[in-house]
Design a protein around this ligand. Structure first.
Ligand code: FAD
Length: 389
């Protein structure tokens, strides 16, 4: 197998010259740690003071990393991705809400994404975060087994009903749904709900996917145990494998509260467990479906190689690769070009509400020790190729 992610012509086929230039200036800007820090502080201050800043964001960072403000505005992103053989995963990225009305609204919006996917073959999955439909401090209590008040028991029942409604519609429409992984101190509560949903809705098909964060040192073991339990109870396992997005926060909290850091000792350990998880899932592919949610080239190549070695068809519906919109197009488009299943999260929502998501993306693309980031190097390479052509 000769899989290469270097073909920038394939990677940026969907981008016009002006879009490529916009991406170039944006990644140059967010490559600067000082500017990102200042931008983060200023944005939070502006939001706190009620200053409308949507106009400043909409034309650049929002356009790079989000599909739009509504489902219908994402149609353009879906079309571009589909032209490269890539599916869309509509991701309603509103975060930090805490009222019952907001939780109901997020549930309704997630149901709309499922109905949209049901009518559109270019949308292979849906996704949601449990914190979008539940109060964070309630999840913490459930996580730690702290007794709930009568009102909280009712509140928890409403959370369970929302999650069940989403998974039931996913099941009835045959639309697989990812449940994102979050902070370790609420993850037991999320896992409990997810396992319940898997047991209920994964009897015949891979519908509900749990997310496994391999930057945690206990998760490879958790993955194997989840699979064994599913086998014993007679349902199918489906996992989205990721490294994990909240490392600094996890480490800082563990240090502050004086418990063992849940994160692996170093990057190599996260990489090792991620690749071992890929191997385990492919070895047990008869009753496991996976989505490799990663921008890591070595892991993506590894999974592609494993499929070919085991004689698993590249378009086998049990195996998907996924990246985030606006990032790692060189992986997504080249994998799809080679016939593998690929989809991208397309985040959307009102601009002001998706700012925490955008700040995470900016920080992720900030350069370390002044090095040019991977995204920027690829954009520079493609700009030069186009100039010569
Ligand atoms: C489709 C998709 C869905 C996702 N869903 C989720 C989700 O539900 N929940 C979630 O938490 N994240 C999610 N993520 C984000 C993901 O967890 C990673 O933060 C991000 O993808 C970067 O990791 P990587 O595998 O792409 O590659 P890399 O760039 O190779 O790895 C970076 C990651 O390695 C780990 N790491 C870095 N340094 C160290 C260190 N010193 N010690 C230990 N580990 C280290 C961290 O997890 C870091 O994010 C998702 C990503 C994608 C693409």
């Amino acid at each position: 197998m000769n899989l290469s992610f270097d073909n920038t012509e394939i990677a940026f086929k969907g981008k016009s010259n002006s879009e490529l230039n916009r991406a170039y200036y944006l990644f140059k800007l967010i490559g600067n740690p000082f500017l990102v820090k200042v931008g983060d502080v200023m944005t939070n201050l502006a939001i706190g003071a009620g200053i409308p800043i949507g106009w400043a964001i909409k034309g650049n960072i929002f356009k790079q990393f989000c599909g739009g403000e509504t489902i219908s505005e994402c149609a353009r992103a879906t079309k571009i991705l589909d032209a490269g053989g890539i599916g869309t995963i509509l991701d309603y990225s509103v975060e930090g809400k805490e009222s019952e009305a907001d939780f109901d609204a997020t549930k309704e919006e997630t149901l709309r994404t499922i109905r949209t996917a049901h009518n559109n073959v270019h949308i292979p999955f849906c996704v949601f975060k449990v914190t979008g439909v539940a109060r964070f401090s309630l999840l913490e209590k459930v996580n730690d087994g702290i007794p709930l008040s009568d009102a909280e028991v009712e509140e928890w029942q409403r959370v369970r009903t929302r999650v069940d409604e989403i998974c039931a519609l996913a099941h009835d429409t045959g639309t697989p749904v990812f449940i994102d992984a979050e902070d370790s101190w609420i993850q037991n509560a999320i896992d409990g709900l997810t396992n319940e949903m898997m047991e209920k809705y994964n009897r015949d098909e891979f519908i509900v996917y749990n997310t496994i964060q391999l930057y945690r040192h206990d998760r490879l073991d958790f993955l194997k145990k989840s699979h064994q339990t599913a086998r014993q109870l007679g349902y199918k396992s489906a996992f989205k494998l990721v490294r994990g997005a909240y490392m600094e926060k996890e480490r800082a909290r563990a240090l502050e509260k004086g418990y063992q850091d849940p994160i692996q000792p170093n990057k190599e350990a996260s990489d090792r467990d991620f690749d071992l998880a890929l191997e385990y899932c492919v070895e047990h592919i008869e009753d496991i479906a996976i989505c490799c949610g990663s921008h890591n080239e070595a892991s993506s190549s590894k999974l592609a190689r494993l499929l070919d070695e085991k004689g698993i068809a590249r378009n086998d519906r049990r195996v998907y690769f996924a990246q985030l919109f606006g990032m790692s197009d060189h992986i997504s488009f080249n994998l799809a070009h080679e016939g593998y299943n690929v989809a991208k999260y397309v985040p959307y929502g009102p601009i002001k509400e998706v700012i925490p998501y955008l700040i995470r993306r900016a920080k992720e693309n900030t350069s370390v020790k002044g090095q040019t980031g991977r995204e920027l190097s690829l954009i520079i390479k493609e700009r030069e190729r186009r100039k010569k052509a």
